[in-house]
Unconditional design. Structure first.
Length: 319
């Protein structure tokens, strides 16, 4: 089954990939793959772990981020085959949670120095998918990285919730207008973050509902540019989770540095404003952004990754 071929009822624009629907009923085993029109190749779900291991953890590749979206089909394929006489199909349930993680005290920012003020709170967001046998936890946060909190979360999720590190996916928005996590003076904040995010995971688990359907799709976002001689990657990927045909979570990415309006004020960059717009458009749904491989890509406006407040908000609306 390939996401690149849509039924006649699902019209798509050039460069777009229609939604590949997963979810109930899921009692059968089948090979799920994702067709990349841009590179003309097909990536089998079975090859995800091998491909992901080939890339550096220091600089995640575009393929590594794509593997997140492929993880859902792979996750589904780990379920046992359903007996033919079992009338109840295997199903997903889904839970979400979010919370403000803006520190109460001024901490060193990614660009150095202490914040002079705040334009927007920063958040952590959690989506939990449960196939009845195991859980996949996706966490996003309006930070440049997580660092100190990562091993704490992995250990607690494994020891207290039975969730292996391979099923805990931690994703930053690459926001530069937030506390940096790799300076010792911010380590205590990192430990506090671990407690906050763990609490969000518990809340999401407690609120699981279903049956849930998971869909993945993609389309172009032609408002980024690359530096050097590398081709520009315009693809926006989205993972949508619905219950009773209503969106409960929408996770999307784009390969670019965020556009920021200040080096000294706490803010979320243009992805954070995109998240706000999505949540306004889908009341009750959790919107989540995860930065894709944008090390050599920047927005098509402003200077490098800095612009005016109006540019940041406008770009968020376009995303």
């Amino acid at each position: 089954m390939r996401a690149a071929s849509a039924p006649a009822s699902e019209k798509t624009s050039p460069g777009e990939t229609p939604f590949l629907h997963l979810g109930s009923p899921m009692g059968r085993r089948e090979t799920l793959s994702y067709h990349r029109e841009s590179v003309g190749s097909t990536i089998d779900a079975d090859s995800i772990a091998t491909e992901k291991g080939r890339h550096s953890m220091r600089r995640p590749s575009r393929l590594a981020v794509t593997c997140l979206f492929l993880a859902i089909p792979c996750f589904a394929r780990t379920m046992p085959v359903q007996a033919a006489d079992d009338p109840a199909p295997l199903q997903f349930t889904a839970g979400t949670a979010k919370a403000v993680i803006t520190p109460d005290e001024p901490l060193t920012l990614v660009m150095g120095g202490k914040p002079s003020g705040k334009d927007h709170d920063i958040y952590a967001r959690v989506l939990v998918l449960n196939d009845g046998r195991q859980r996949l936890v996706i966490v996003t946060y309006d930070l440049n990285c997580l660092d100190v909190a990562t091993p704490i979360l992995r250990k607690r999720c494994r020891d207290e919730l039975g969730i292996d590190a391979a099923h805990l996916i931690l994703l930053a928005t690459h926001n530069h207008a937030a506390p940096i996590q790799i300076v010792p003076e911010n380590f205590e904040y990192g430990r506090t973050l671990a407690d906050q995010i763990y609490g969000l995971i518990e809340t999401a688990i407690a609120g699981e509902q279903g049956p849930a359907q998971v869909s993945v799709g993609s389309g172009p976002g032609h408002f980024v540019q690359s530096v050097g001689h590398a081709p520009t990657d315009y693809e926006i990927q989205i993972l949508k989770v619905t219950v009773d045909d209503k969106p409960v979570a929408l996770l999307f990415n784009h390969p670019t540095h965020p556009l920021q309006s200040s080096q000294t004020r706490i803010d979320v960059g243009h992805p954070g404003y995109a998240v706000d717009d999505v949540e306004k458009a889908f009341p009750g749904a959790l919107a989540m952004f995860a930065d894709a491989c944008g090390g050599n890509q920047f927005p098509d406006r402003g200077v490098i990754m800095f612009g005016t407040k109006e540019q940041v908000r406008t770009l968020g609306g376009e995303l």
